[in-house]
Design a protein around this ligand. Sequence first.
Ligand SMILES: Nc1nc2c(c(=O)[nH]1)N[C@H]1C(S)=C(S)[C@@H](COP(=O)(O)OP(=O)(O)OC[C@H]3O[C@@H](n4cnc5c(=O)[nH]c(N)nc54)[C@H](O)[C@@H]3O)O[C@H]1N2
Ligand SMILES: Nc1nc2c(c(=O)[nH]1)N[C@H]1C(S)=C(S)[C@@H](COP(=O)(O)OP(=O)(O)OC[C@H]3O[C@@H](n4cnc5c(=O)[nH]c(N)nc54)[C@H](O)[C@@H]3O)O[C@H]1N2
Ligand code: SF4
Ligand SMILES: [Mo]
Length: 747
Amino acid sequence: MITRRTFLKAGAAIGAAVAGSKLLQTSKRSALAAKEPPKVVERIPTMCEICFWKCGMDITVEDGIATRVEGNEYHPLSNGMLCPRGTSALGILYDQDRLKKPLIRRKNEAGEQYFAEVSWNEALDFTAKKLQQIINKHGAESIALFSHGHGGGIWKTLMKAMGSGTLCAPSYAQCRGPREMAYKITYGRAVGSPEIMDTPHSKCIAFIGSHLGENMHNTAVQDLSHAIGNGAKLITVDPRFSTVAGKSDMWLPIKPGTDIALILAWTHVLIEEEIYQKDFVQKMTVGFEQLKEHVKDKTPEWAFLQTGIEPSVIRKSARMLARYAPASFVHPGRHVVWYGDDTQRVRAIGIINGLLGNWGKKGGFYLPAKYPMAAADIPHPKKYKVFPLIENDFPLGYDIPAQTVMKSSLKSKNKGRKTVKSWIAYGCNLPLNMPDPVALKEAMNDVDFILAIDILPAEITGYADVVFPECTFLERYDAYDARENRVPYVAIRQPAVRPMYDSKPGYWMARELAKRITVGGETLEKYFPHDSLKQVLKEEAKLNGFSFEEISKKGALTQKHDALYDPDNTLKLNTPSGKVELYSKTLADAGLDPLPNYTPPEEPPPGYFRLLFGRSPLHTFSRTTNNSQSMEIFGENELWLNVQMAKSLGIRNGNYVELTNQDGLKSGSPVRVKVTQRIRQDCVYMVHGFGRADKRLTKGYHRGASDTDVISRYKEDPVMGGTGMNVNFVSLNKVDSYKAMQLRRID
Ligand SMILES: Nc1nc2c(c(=O)[nH]1)N[C@H]1C(S)=C(S)[C@@H](COP(=O)(O)OP(=O)(O)OC[C@H]3O[C@@H](n4cnc5c(=O)[nH]c(N)nc54)[C@H](O)[C@@H]3O)O[C@H]1N2
Ligand SMILES: Nc1nc2c(c(=O)[nH]1)N[C@H]1C(S)=C(S)[C@@H](COP(=O)(O)OP(=O)(O)OC[C@H]3O[C@@H](n4cnc5c(=O)[nH]c(N)nc54)[C@H](O)[C@@H]3O)O[C@H]1N2
Ligand code: SF4
Ligand SMILES: [Mo]
């Protein structure tokens, strides 16, 4: 048995030699195209998985080879358009570095670990045996699933069928969990995805570090363009002059971590000047008097000392929001895990939105609906347990924080207690997306067995015992997508081309494992009674009265939904009071702040900058940083550094630096500096997802740096366990650019 796993960077028989015949065919095809027109040209609609917006996309396929990607016109999340990441989808499908065969970690005679390419039968038998041993010895709940993406549902079913409810996702406690928690507490429901802001009709929007335009959710950006076209006023609060700041009427370059002070001061202005929506507040909210008392002394002058934003600017922006209310809103954000008080910051945003009276209002928040969908008649596993160490960590939270699973896997932290024994990672690249890289590595070594299901040799696969190569979203079916939206819809994901290499759809893998695992004397196959997902989709189409042929041809079907607004303030919300809870008794009863309080952030030590990070319009985390099409345009990330600070450090635009954080952790590769006026002096900024550590990623290896390498600290949100990650500080050391280039070499 292999006890301490080494990170496997170069697996046996993985490399240029197995580049794949399809690719060759592609180049042959285009060479011949001029002479010989393709015989069969099809246009196959499906949905994108390069991020989780899941737009409808149409793939042109010529003689079995995908050649073109366009937005689907029937899908309400794309409206015929895609974002720049969607249009580079073929860069993922035809990436030569893709995982091609199942891999098992083995040791050779010299004791060196390597990945052996094996048959599916061998990989499935081996994995099922390992999981079975863990179930029998430690209980199924000691197997944990980390998942991200639409295909994750299948693995949740398998987990529950085995008996484990230990399910988590970095897209909760490392992403939007605090936002959803805050809105559930305040409005009785999550903001959800796609978000329910009525942006196209809005007259004034304030963005608090939501960098739309770089954060490139397709319809959200289309909606914002509509608003801008209609003359909407925009206010952007960001330490950095972001893309949306460039489109805004006001840019508030706030001191990082002080946003709650600003929002409380806005609230103060609205109440003091009596410019809030009185009818809404009276009919639809509770706790106004407590709120009024709470912000009595939170004047713009007080907030100025915290935020660095002039009192006159605070007043002006608050009045602007009030003037256009209820067709105005403060954006609740999406990736909100910044400083550990994030649920409270989004609560503060929810509260001010309450004063703007925008819930259920045109230009505020609309009331969405779902395409009614009944599920196929398949038994649902009901007897499953959550790992005991995890269960009661955050009683108000609605999901398991991924770092709780990580901590519960550590032997050193849980002496004398049972720890989590196995991880399954589906579409999650934990080494790039989890804070505290040192603890993560320790936890990955402490568990007995890791299965990674991925399409690429991502960092997580380097730590796995078994790697299952999934085919990409362009080669498989997945469940229908029918989320809440302005226009209710149901959309299909279907293969545009056949799975390349020996990759398989997740459904097939999960079902094959289910056949091989026994619980309570029978295999788990009954939870996967269909041979393929296509059969499930056909059955569900019939059950819900739509034609499978029609949805396969169009990509999406929509319904009409008119009841978007509540103009007379008559809604009953799903909170204990049925109203917007400005003051939260739920939080008070749990011993937490019933109204948001401001705590000043820790200052960077001398010589250090606060590390901030975000998105590039061309990339989705590490999903695209090996995609030749995306990398051609945006091939490495840069570190934004204020021009004055650069001067004092003797750093020039284009120099390479290595980052060292407050705990002595260094970035695994150097990053190029972008010297700019567009960022405050106390922080630096970079795009997340770069600085890949695995040489098998020939396009992404050591291009730029990974923010995660230096995120050793995080502050846990006491309400739901979000990991505030903007609490790390870095110093910069210049690196010779020749050395920086040498580090990228793949021999
Ligand atoms: N330092 C830092 N950490 C962060 C963030 C940050 O900005 N900085 N952002 C946070 C946010 S907002 C989020 S949502 C999380 C996301 O973090 P994760 O949940 O880990 O998700 P992704 O980064 O999307 O996971 C990417 C993995 O999925 C694989 N993949 C892509 N397509 C498929 C597929 O079709 N099938 C399978 N099986 N695998 C596939 C990719 O190859 C890659 O290895 O990270 C969070 N963590
Ligand atoms: N192109 C692209 N789009 C994406 C994604 C992607 O990977 N690529 N990922 C999607 C996902 S899963 C998510 S969660 C979202 C994330 O996108 P957003 O919800 O927009 O969140 P962040 O990435 O945290 O936002 C970063 C911005 O916050 C600013 N900021 C940092 N600290 C502070 C602060 O203290 N105060 C204020 N006011 N601002 C601050 C930064 O300067 C930066 O402009 O993007 C989504 N859209
Ligand atoms: S927003 Fe872009 S990457 Fe995300 S699903 Fe839509 S097209 Fe794909
Ligand atoms: Mo996210």
